[in-house]
Design a protein around this ligand. Structure first.
Ligand SMILES: *Cc1c(COP(=O)(O)O)cnc(C)c1O
Length: 414
């Protein structure tokens, strides 16, 4: 068989490889954790998992998964509305609602699905979606699946002017919301990440909530990188800004801080969640979350409700690492999350450089990933470091030393 597309794709991949832009996957041969086995390398320090609270392989979470598998079985072989709802699915929905301070919650196989299924049930061609420029790819997928008019505002800018970010000039949120064409729409929905994964910065939800109230817009926040550790008790970005109860819809994942396996949800106003259960396609036509995942997520939420120790620890670790790496002379995007982006944008061939830097780090026993276009803007390549409550002080010191050593080898710090 010779289909034209086969050779075309082969050429495309080869071209990318020649440009140094192919993403290679490293193979881990241990459970997820702060020290992992990568291929034949043992005791590699891991700084690129979304394991913010160290729950990915926590004994209590593992045990809850095992117990639930014993009591509720392995799979449900069904979507929710046919025969895929167990008592524990309802229990998890209630727990999430209590944790986030919302009316009700609907589970999805992943937050990707929650985002894919959140817009179309509410918004038609007479509605408007107003989205932050840096929103997660899964939100963009969801927006593409609905017919609403689309508007992009400049990253985290809520004003009435025009703003430049990552080489793009875009209007601020209020400039769009106040426009006649958007005010003439039947419904408006503002959509933003709570914590932005590539920059580690936080959406200004206090100002965004005010604008949504002023201009009668629904607010949807994807808090995947926040749920569990942002805010005084880890409830998320809405807690951080003191606007719990003012966000119409929150989507989030169980695949990051809350145990890291899989699963996600949409949580918010009862009327809206009721409608999603009737109309949201990834909910209606995709399998129910596996019982073991549900049981383990319930356990994770219980642990976080009882104590903020893990939440406090990841912030302490992130602040310690940020200070150390800044003092070493690296350029970082400052912030208050557990994501620390170390920037290489000023260098020639920054995409190739961050990959070399990441490979050199692995030689020094530290696993972190270089991100480059198209995952981040051109000329904005970075090594993204993610901290965990499970990192020890000694591990953080070893990582900072490795960054300094590799930084010197590559002439980036002295
Ligand atoms: C990780 C992430 C997702 C996807 O979550 P899954 O549950 O893995 O599908 C969605 N949105 C944001 C902002 C994320 O960071």
């Amino acid at each position: 068989m010779s289909r034209r597309i086969y050779s075309d794709i082969t050429d495309l991949i080869e071209k990318r490889r020649a440009e140094g832009l192919i993403k290679e996957e490293r193979v881990i041969t241990s459970p997820q954790g702060t020290e992992i086995e990568v291929g034949s390398r043992k005791n590699v320090l891991n700084f690129c998992a979304n394991n913010y609270l160290g729950l990915s392989n926590h004994p209590a979470v593992r045990q809850a998964a095992k117990d639930t598998m014993d009591s509720r079985g392995y799979g449900l072989s069904s979507v929710r509305f046919i025969c895929g709802t167990q008592d524990i699915h309802r229990e998890l929905e209630t727990k999430v609602s209590e944790f986030l301070g919302t009316d009700d919650t609907i589970l999805y196989a992943a937050c990707y699905d929650a985002n894919a299924g959140i817009f179309e049930p509410f918004l038609d061609s007479d509605s408007a979606i107003i989205a932050d420029q840096l929103n997660h790819a899964s939100i963009i997928s969801g927006v593409r699946l609905c017919k609403a008019k689309r508007y992009i505002y400049s990253h985290n800018q809520t004003g009435t002017g025009s703003y430049s970010f990552d080489g793009k000039d875009l209007p601020g949120l209020e400039a769009i919301l106040s426009s006649e064409e958007v005010q003439n729409c039947r419904y408006r929905m503002v959509s933003t990440d709570g914590v932005f994964s590539m920059n580690g910065d936080i959406a200004p939800l206090d100002r965004i909530v005010k604008l949504c109230n002023k201009y009668d817009a629904l607010l949807m926040v994807d808090d995947s990188h926040a749920t569990g550790y942002i805010g005084a008790t880890g409830r998320g970005t809405h807690e951080h800004y003191g606007v719990m109860g003012s966000v119409d819809l929150i989507t989030t994942t169980f695949g990051k801080a809350l145990g890291g396996a899989s699963g996600g949800c949409t949580s918010g106003r009862k009327e809206l969640i009721d409608w999603l259960r009737q109309m949201s396609r990834p909910y209606l036509f995709s399998n129910t979350v596996a019982p073991a995942v549900v049981g383990a997520t319930i356990k994770a939420i219980d642990m976080l409700t009882q104590s903020t120790a893990l939440r406090d620890k990841v912030h302490e670790n992130a602040n310690y690492f940020r200070d150390g790496i800044r003092k070493a002379g690296f350029s970082i995007i400052d912030g208050e999350t557990a994501i620390v982006p170390i920037m290489f944008g000023g260098y020639e061939n920054d995409a190739v450089l961050v990959q070399k830097f990441a490979n050199d780090l692995l030689e020094h026993g530290v696993y972190a990933i270089g991100f480059f276009f198209p995952v981040v803007a051109l000329g904005q390549s970075r090594i993204r470091v993610q901290l965990s409550a499970a990192h020890t002080r000694e591990q953080l010191d070893r990582a900072i030393q490795a960054f300094v050593a590799v930084g010197r080898e590559n002439g980036i710090v002295n």
